[in-house]
Design a protein around this ligand. Structure first.
Ligand code: NAI
Length: 247
């Protein structure tokens, strides 16, 4: 492997928005490591799509909520490709329920995957980013973290937490040429939103001035920009890709 080439690591990079981000970043990096939980077929499919674009790629199964597993996966990616210069945290889950009935374990699990998961990978890649003198971290938040959403106390709290985490990282690493930003999607057509109960989607779309769901590729385009050299002076920002849903 050529360890001087650029390497991106994308959590949740095998499906949905994460996969679209991987395919978009294929235009500006040589190596892409994907972290995922669950569907191995989707992981293999995305790796093959990246190989088809001439990018070296490997997928590592791990639960980002577990700091040891997240670190081990980041270490394996570094061994294969060299230091990580672009880290995108897209892994996320929902466990929706009205507050009175939400089991505390559902609250904790969503915080552990969506918020602590990003902390774990950032910590595991921190030295790489610090040493290189150039780097990018993009965390995938949500409009729910900016405006709240009934039935998503866990998810909204985790995504709001990512805003503070991102800004802290931006301040810590600004002097090292590393930017940290958050992309906050609105309603995007992926497996996650296909699972929504009837009526929820219609109610959500009624709040979107553009009147339609977004595409994973539209979120990926924003991430691709933030990872590009053109965004060298953009850090600590929240970039919404939500059809005007929250303004
Ligand atoms: P998805 O359900 O299609 O994909 C989720 C990805 O995360 C998969 O690759 C899965 O393997 C991975 N993952 C889940 N739990 C994990 C764990 N514990 N450890 C490692 N990997 C894990 O979801 P989608 O829609 O692509 O969402 C991606 C991100 O975008 C999430 O953070 C989500 O919260 C966020 N988002 C999605 C929106 C939507 O409308 N689809 C709206 C706003 C934010």
């Amino acid at each position: 492997m050529n360890h001087n080439s650029k390497t991106a690591l994308i959590t949740g990079g095998t499906r949905g928005i994460g996969r679209a981000i991987a395919l978009a970043l294929a235009g500006q990096v040589e190596n892409i490591a994907l972290l995922y939980a669950g569907r191995r077929d989707a992981a293999e499919d995305t790796v093959n799509a990246l190989l088809g674009k001439g990018v070296k790629s490997l997928a590592f199964a791990c639960d980002v909520a577990d700091s040891a597993q997240a670190k081990a996966a980041c270490d394996q990616a570094r061994e294969a490709f060299g230091p990580i210069s672009i880290l995108v945290n897209s892994a996320g889950i929902t466990r929706d329920g009205l507050t009175l009935r939400m089991p505390p374990e559902d609250f904790k699990r969503v915080i552990e995957v969506n918020l602590a998961g990003a902390f774990h990978t950032i910590q595991a890649c921190y030295r790489d980013l610090m040493k290189a003198g150039w780097g990018r971290v993009v965390n995938i938040g949500s409009v729910s973290g900016l405006m709240g959403n009934p039935g998503q106390m866990n998810y909204s709290a985790a995504k709001a937490g990512l805003v503070g985490l991102t800004k802290t990282l931006a301040r810590e690493l600004a002097g090292r040429g590393v930017t940290a930003n958050l992309v906050a999607p609105g309603f995007i057509d992926t497996d996650m939103t296909r699972e929504l109960p009837d009526g929820t989607l219609a109610r959500a779309l009624a709040q979107v001035p553009m009147g339609r769901m977004g595409k994973a590729e539209e979120v990926a385009a924003a991430v691709n920009y933030l990872c590009s050299p053109g965004a060298d002076y953009v850090t600590g920002c929240v970039l919404q890709v939500d059809g005007g849903m929250y303004m």
